[in-house]
Every structure is written in structure tokens, then in C-alpha cells.
Ligand binder design. Structure first.
Ligand code: ADE
Length: 242
């Protein structure tokens, strides 16, 4: 997969690409990432990319011609173009999954004071990473990039992303590692006895418990298997008697 990011602040993103799983994925050619400074598409001799708002008002507005030229120069037929904006569709794991099957992504970082409305017509998608406003789309583009790359084959071990929170509609089950006992708190016994059937059942039930306690909204529109329903009922009873 190829990911290109159009930004006014490439340095904001480059740091996070140079470390950890993302760096390994790039080094192993699982994906390539290109940071493109949108300023080079300004025709202005001072490389201005924004201008004052038509109709007046405070702040500067990212100009549509600069973004259009940047997109034209960096997208092909196969490119899926995404604009980062708090007005976009709320980002969720299933969108990360959709994006991870694309050949090429072009992510356009918005501007902290706003962008020309016409830019919306140049893209295939608009995504928000949450109901808050960042100074620009760079951190949001980094979030998309990170969450997509870790789903690519060979970026991380497959089972590791299959167990993710949200990937099966529930939050992930609790995890433990050594020491078995620490400051009076112990690892649940069932995880220590090597009985894989019991471990699977424990994990499913605790995954359902976490979801019920922390994100009951995730259970609302979800069909449950009879096993899941049984655990949910048990969890409800147990939590009510706490
Ligand atoms: N740009 C500024 N805030 C944003 C947000 N919440 N999501 C995506 N892009 C943004």
C-alpha cells in the first residue's frame, strides 16, 4: 500500500513514522509513506497557501487552487482521497479496515483556520477522528496512517489485530503477563492452567463484561450468538450483585 500525506507541516508527522511498528512496516516494504509539502504547489512567490475569508471575518482560509494542484500532481485513478476535518464521518475501526484494502491513499490535512469549501468536491471521503478541533489535520492523518498500517499483512502478527477491541464488535478482553502476583493483585487462575477451551470462554465473557460496563452502546445493535447472550446475562447478574 502507498500512503501520501499532503500537509503544510511535514515535520509534525515524520517523527512518528521513524519509530516502532510503523518504521518496521515501512522498512519491510509493507507500505510506503510520502509526506508532501503543499506549499510547493503555491504559485505565489512567497509560497502563500491561504488567504483572507471572502465576506470578511477572522483567520485565513486554505486556498482551493493550491490543494487542487497538489491533488492533481499526486493522485491517480487508483487513489482514494481523504480530507481530514472535524466535519467528516466519525472514524471507526471498520473504516480502518476498509482503508487497509485500498491500493493508494492520499490524505489531505486541513488547516487550523479553515479551508475553502470547494476542496470538499476534490476528495472521495472526509474523516473526523473525534468531536474536538485540532490545530490541523496532521495528528488526525497520523491516526489514520497508524491504524491502517497495523492492519496490513505482515505489519504485525495477524492474531494480534484479530483480537483488537472493536474488531469483533466487543472491547478486547483483559490481558496479563508476569509477575503472576504483584502487590496483592494476581493473574486470574484460568489463564495459568493451559486449558485453551476455558481460556477462550473466559476471554469472551470478560470481553463482553468490559463492553457492557464501558461501552454498552456497542451492544445495542449487535446480534449475539447464544453463547454470547448467555455470558451477557451472567455478567449482568454478577454486576448487579456487586
Ligand atoms: N482537523 C482538525 N480537527 C480534526 C478532527 N477532529 N478530525 C480530523 N481532522 C481534524
Amino acid at each position: 500500500m502507498k500512503i501520501k500525506i499532503l500537509t503544510l507541516f511535514p515535520n509534525m508527522i515524520s517523527g512518528f513514522l521513524n519509530d516502532s511498528i510503523l518504521k518496521r512496516a515501512i522498512d519491510n516494504q509493507v507500505c510506503s509513506i510520502e509526506l508532501i509539502d503543499m506549499r510547493q504547489y503555491s504559485l505565489d512567490k512567497h509560497h502563500h497557501v491561504d488567504d483572507t475569508p471572502c465576506g470578511g471575518g477572522a483567520g485565513m482560509v486554505l486556498a482551493c487552487d493550491v490543494v487542487d494542484r497538489a491533488i492533481e500532481a499526486n493522485a491517480s485513478e487508483a487513489t482514494y482521497k481523504i480530507l481530514m476535518t472535524p466535519q467528516g464521518r466519525p472514524y471507526q475501526q471498520h473504516i480502518a479496515k476498509e482503508l487497509s484494502s485500498m491500493e493508494e491513499l492520499l490524505i489531505i490535512c486541513g488547516h487550523y483556520e479553515g479551508f475553502d469549501e470547494r476542496i470538499r468536491s476534490y476528495v472521495d471521503d472526509e474523516i473526523s477522528i473525534g468531536d474536538y478541533v485540532l490545530t490541523g489535520g496532521e495528528l488526525a492523518a497520523a491516526v489514520i496512517t497508524d491504524s491502517v498500517i497495523r492492519l496490513l499483512d505482515h505489519a504485525i502478527r495477524k492474531e494480534s489485530s484479530e483480537d483488537d477491541s472493536f474488531s469483533n464488535g466487543f472491547l478486547e478482553y483483559p490481558q496479563y503477563t508476569r509477575p503472576i502476583e504483584y502487590k496483592g493483585k494476581t493473574v486470574p487462575e484460568v489463564l495459568l492452567n493451559g486449558n485453551h477451551k476455558l481460556i477462550r470462554e473466559f476471554r469472551l465473557k470478560e470481553s463482553i463484561r468490559k463492553t457492557y460496563l464501558r461501552r454498552p452502546d456497542l451492544l445495542e445493535n449487535r446480534e449475539l450468538t447464544s453463547e454470547e447472550m448467555r455470558y451477557l446475562n451472567e455478567v449482568k447478574k454478577e454486576e448487579a450483585s456487586q
